[in-house]
Write a protein that binds this ligand. Structure first.
Ligand code: A3P
Length: 308
């Protein structure tokens, strides 16, 4: 057992239940144990028609999009985002942290509408009620190579994930989908193929980096919000990498280091396109490209993974 302080609550956490435990497949998708073991409750989650689902493969810029959406929902009054950390303002649907902290499903039950729900679930695993209720979804995708590098660093600092091993070992695991929330290819393709059947806005991290204000305007339009250019500029400043890195409500510094050890790698790490070039060997790059060609063949989904 280890003791940790989480939002002023002293926890006695059975390490073997939560920390560095192997993944468990749910409908063929490897998930972290506390999520897999509470799957029935997650599957039965009752969405409301005014829920907004923010869906991503891990490390695609989820937190960035959550903060942008909260600013827009508050008509650009960015000061209102200081009411709570981002994981409280926009609860993690399948999140199941150590008790007595409540799981995402329970937190969402008492969250007033309109709710901003975060998920990393692949399209096929999203609770059916979201589709029955015709909820809006914003999906953010990030290129595979930068996602792999970002996820590798995150797995080092996030004790709820299995040990990543060396970068060489992790690159193999990532490519085969042996990581939490499964295969990157199936995830981005599953959501891409669903985008015309549901109310889904499909965005790219690389586009957000290239022209953040253009992408903020796309989100505003999707949410039916008409805000002035001054407000768009204010949201842009508030959600820049530098501002979010310094903001304790978006940099996850409120989570104890026994769960997220930011001394190993900060949550707000680099925030760049093309950092993969600092990690991939020539041979890893070739293997990745080959797999990419096979898996993405025939799809209209295109990614950019270099600085331009
Ligand atoms: P890096 O590890 O490449 O730096 P998520 O929120 O889905 O976990 O994604 C985290 C990744 O998004 C991290 O990538 C993080 O630095 C990056 N990120 C978070 N906020 C950002 C912002 N405002 N601008 C650019 N990148 C951001």
């Amino acid at each position: 057992m280890s003791s940790l302080v989480y939002s002023n609550i002293l926890l006695q956490v059975p390490e073997e239940t939560f920390y560095r435990v192997p993944l468990i497949p749910v409908h063929g998708v490897p998930l972290i144990k506390p999520i897999a073991t509470s799957w029935e409750r997650i599957e039965k989650f009752q969405a409301r028609s005014d829920d907004l689902l923010i869906a991503t493969y891990p490390k695609a810029g989820t937190t960035w999009m959550q903060e942008i959406v909260d600013c827009i929902m508050n008509q650009g009054e960015v000061e209102k985002t200081s009411r709570a950390p981002i994981h409280v303002r926009s609860p993690f649907l399948e999140g199941n942290p150590p008790p007595p902290i409540k799981c995402g499903v329970d937190v969402l039950k008492v969250t007033p509408s309109p709710r901003m729900v975060k998920t990393h679930l692949p399209f096929a695993l999203v609770p059916e009620s979201f589709w029955h209720q015709k909820c809006k979804v914003i999906y953010v995708a990030r290129n595979a190579k930068d996602s792999a590098v970002s996820y590798y660093h995150f797995a080092q600092m996030n004790k709820l994930l299995p040990e990543p091993g060396t970068w060489d070992e992790y690159a193999v695991k990532f490519l085969s989908g042996d990581v939490a929330w499964g295969n990157w290819f199936s995830h981005v393709l599953g959501w891409w193929n669903a985008r015309d059947k549901h109310d889904i806005l499909y965005l790219f991290y690389e586009d957000m980096k290239e022209d953040p204000k253009r992408e903020i305007r796309k989100v505003m339009k999707f949410l039916g919000k008409d805000l002035s250019e001054d407000v768009v500029e204010k949201i842009h400043q508030h959600t820049s990498f530098t501002a979010m890195k310094e903001n304790p409500l978006t940099n996850y510094s409120s989570i104890p280091s026994s769960v997220l050890d930011q001394s190993l790698s900060p949550f707000m790490r680099k925030g760049e396109v093309g950092d993969w070039m600092n990690h991939f060997t020539e041979s890893q790059n070739q293997i990745f490209d080959e797999e990419y060609r096979k898996k993405m063949e025939g799809s209209t989904l295109m990614f950019r993974c270099k600085v331009w």
